[in-house]
Design a protein around this ligand. Structure first.
Ligand code: ATP
Ligand code: MG
Length: 199
């Protein structure tokens, strides 16, 4: 089995996340994509995020229509800061040695990968798929220099359609009473309105 892991704050989940996950699933012939909302991502720990109950609900609504998409609450059930290493170990324990894990990250995050907690262990024991937009250059030699041979084998670069959407922009639009149609799935838009999020 090959499982793609799409981690994020998903505050809220948007079509950029979904389109990227679907493109990566096809390109790498993954059996499923597991969306894992983060409890409190280490790099955003200073910034408040929306209650995990809402982020989990929106992620579930957004992924419902794709039979290859599933949602996991493993990071939300954990207390304290959530590290990808803990998630990886938990998933390896659940799925067993015959399943390969592919962490999907934006190419902007690739530049920071060496600073992640236990970065070398993560790259050795799992795969990373760094997605970049057409025309965006990635400095892969710096990554290879840090990780050595495992980088070449376990870090994959791919180009997916560039959707200029970010959760920050969506939150901002809601606050300013602007439309977020076609940026998030309809069910997510409805949920945001119904629950009065981001106002
Ligand atoms: P924020 O604006 O709050 O930072 P975000 O839109 O970047 O939110 P995150 O939940 O932080 O969303 O992102 C989760 C993952 O999805 C990250 O790996 C990020 O690089 C990737 N990602 C975010 N937006 C897009 C997009 N439009 N296209 C492709 N990947 C994206
Ligand atoms: Mg982000």
């Amino acid at each position: 089995m090959k499982i793609g892991i799409m981690g994020g704050t998903f505050d809220p989940i948007h079509l950029g996340h979904l389109a990227t996950a679907e493109a990566v699933r096809e390109i790498f012939v993954l059996d499923e994509i597991l969306f894992i909302p983060a409890a409190r991502p280490p790099h955003k720990s200073a910034k408040p995020v929306t209650d995990s109950r809402h982020r989990l609900a929106m992620t579930t609504l957004a992924t419902q229509s794709n039979r290859f998409f599933r949602v996991s609450d493993i990071e939300l059930k954990r207390t304290g800061l959530s590290y990808t290493l803990d998630t990886m170990n938990e998933l390896h324990a659940t799925f067993g040695a015959t399943t390969d894990l592919f962490f999907i990250i934006g190419a902007d995050s690739l530049a920071d990968l060496s600073k992640w907690h236990a970065a070398r262990e993560l790259v050795t024991k799992s795969h990373f798929i760094a997605t970049t937009r057409p025309g965006v250059d990635v400095n892969f030699s710096a990554v290879e220099k840090f990780f050595g041979a495992p980088a070449t084998e376990h870090i994959h670069l791919t180009t997916t359609p560039g959707l200029e959407i970010s959760s920050t922009d969506i939150r901002d639009k809601v606050r300013r009473r602007r439309s977020i149609k076609y940026l998030v799935p309809d069910a997510v838009e409805d949920y945001i309105r119904r629950e009065g999020l981001y106002l």
